[in-house]
Ligand binder design. Structure first.
Ligand code: AQP
Length: 338
């Protein structure tokens, strides 16, 4: 039996190379060896203020990017989270067993809520519980996450083990499978181009902070040219005082497919003015096939909808089984018949 994997990206805007290198690229490899479910997590996208006019379009575009990056609907199930009602239902059940102080500790909540001020929604606080529901519904063995999502996965494990299995299992057998993180070291955290202390993010208001997967070669080159650097001579990895150098060199290493050692040999004596065009070229070339696939695919909405409908059917089957198991173990009346 293949191990099962579940993951997703929020349709909160244009997907960037961080989403690709930290998430989607890894799913593409996993789909050959694992039973893979990937969803567009649109319910998560409304935990911060959103524009109803672009949510559906962003959802379609995100699904098309998954496929353009190499997710193959014959090998995996691709679906839209909000089309499977079980996500919201299980989230409610988990909300009711999760202590509030577990949620208040979440780093992402602390960071994102600062930006929202008085308007921060309960949904943002509950985001990791919805994420736990997403994962636990599919009995996922593994969840590929970037470093930034590690704490949320830990929470999903704690909810499953300490708040559901230990409390409600009648015979000691687990009600929910406790998932493991699959953290990929390379590309696990791509940092912002304007401040390498922050991660690259779709919702960063500074557009030049990220390289979007659908940016034109010209835009990519301009963004890299303007990326923040320092005035120290020579280029190097892993110097804590040079986060920009580490970020840009790591990107170059991944995008050009070269080991760190080879990059150091090639670039350590370069100045930024010589290095940046190299990085831009590597980024443009690496993203080109994704853009070509995407442009073809996005013309054919029928094909995208058909893939999403197939994914929905497969996902629903698995999700309903888990949801019923949890309802039943928690003591709900599920059938009003004799
Ligand atoms: N900068 C990043 N480096 C590596 N991986 C990243 N991921 C996100 N940013 C980076 C990974 O992409 C997956 C999906 O992310 P998400 O859209 O669900 O939420 P996020 O982590 O909050 O991503 P963003 O781009 O920062 O979106 P917004 O701005 O909307 O919050 C996850 O596996 C994540 O690790």
């Amino acid at each position: 039996m293949q191990k099962r994997v579940l993951s997703g990206v929020q349709p909160t805007g244009s997907l960037h190379i961080g989403n690709w290198l930290g998430a989607i690229k890894n799913w593409v490899e996993l789909q050959d060896t694992h039973e893979t479910f990937v969803c567009v997590v649109d319910l998560h996208a409304i935990t911060v203020p959103h524009d109803p006019k672009s949510l559906a379009e962003n959802t379609i575009s995100t699904a098309a990017i998954y496929i353009a990056c190499g997710m193959d609907p014959k090998k995996c199930s691709i679906f839209v989270q909000s089309q499977i009602a079980a996500h919201a239902e299980l989230c409610w059940l988990l909300n009711c067993v999760t202590p509030l102080n577990w949620m208040e500790r979440m780093i992402q909540f602390k960071e994102k809520s600062k930006k929202q001020g008085e308007n921060v929604s309960v949904g943002l606080l509950n985001y990791p519980i919805l994420m736990a529901a997403d994962i636990l519904l599919y009995d996922a063995d593994l969840v590929p996450v970037g470093e930034d999502q590690k704490q949320h996965l830990e929470l999903a494990r704690d909810i499953a083990q300490q708040r559901i299995n230990s409390v409600f299992s009648k015979d000691g057998s687990p009600i929910l499978k406790v998932p493991n993180p699959l953290i990929i070291k390379e590309g696990a955290k791509v940092m912002s181009l304007v401040d390498a202390k922050n991660k690259m993010s779709k919702s960063d208001p500074i557009e030049s902070s990220r390289i979007n997967l659908l940016d034109s070669p010209d835009i990519i080159t301009k963004k890299i040219k303007r990326a923040k650097t320092d005035s120290i001579v020579g280029l190097e990895f892993d110097n804590p005082n040079r986060p920009e150098a580490n970020n840009l060199l790591t990107l170059y290493s991944i995008l050009s497919g070269q080991e760190k050692k080879a990059v150091i040999k090639e670039c350590s004596e370069m100045g930024w003015g010589t290095f940046k065009p190299l990085l831009a070229e590597a980024a443009v070339e690496a993203i080109k096939p994704i853009q070509q696939n995407y442009q073809e695919l996005i013309q054919d909405r029928g094909e995208i909808f058909s893939i999403l409908n197939d994914g929905k059917a497969k996902a629903n089957e698995v999700a309903q089984l888990t949801l019923e198991r949890v309802y039943s173990e928690l003591g709900f009346l599920r059938k009003s018949t004799h």
